[in-house]
Write a protein that binds this ligand. Structure first.
Ligand code: NI
Length: 140
């Protein structure tokens, strides 16, 4: 929450749409429409912000990869060392006998985070990857 003051405004919405929205609110646990609408607006602005390659952002990259490909762990670690200034933290989980999960937190420009995320995800032996970006300037 920032120190900016609250502003009220009226919105016209079709009854069918607001019923669906109220069911969404009930399912997801929002206390009221206002908080749900504020979060939807923020989500849309963050989406928009992460389309700008030059914007500052934080990224959460998760990789599931084959534990038995020994050279792969070296490649993943080497690339992270090459970009150490952007890597905030890395967590490794041994999922089962065959699979590792690595969660990497990144900070930098949208373009650079996408570039590093793509390079890490495209190594042979990475079975699944997911990158989530947050453009914090949109949240103020
Ligand atoms: Ni492991």
């Amino acid at each position: 929450m920032t120190s900016s003051h609250l502003l009220r405004f009226g919105v016209s919405i079709e009854s069918g749409l607001i019923k669906k929205f109220d069911r969404f609110i009930a399912r997801t646990g929002y206390g009221n429409r206002s908080e749900a609408i504020r979060d939807l607006i923020r989500a849309r602005l963050v989406d928009e912000g992460t389309q700008d390659d030059a914007a500052q952002a934080n990224g959460v990259l998760s990789l599931v990869y084959d534990h038995h490909k020994r050279e792969l762990e070296d490649h993943l670690t080497d690339l992270q060392h090459d970009h150490h200034e952007m890597i905030i933290a890395t967590t490794h989980v041994h999922l089962d006998h065959h699979n590792c999960l690595e969660v990497i937190l990144l900070r930098g420009t949208v373009g650079k985070i996408r570039e590093i995320g793509g390079a890490l995800a495209s190594f042979k032996g990475v079975k699944h990857s997911s990158l989530s970006l947050t453009a914090t300037r949109e949240l103020t």
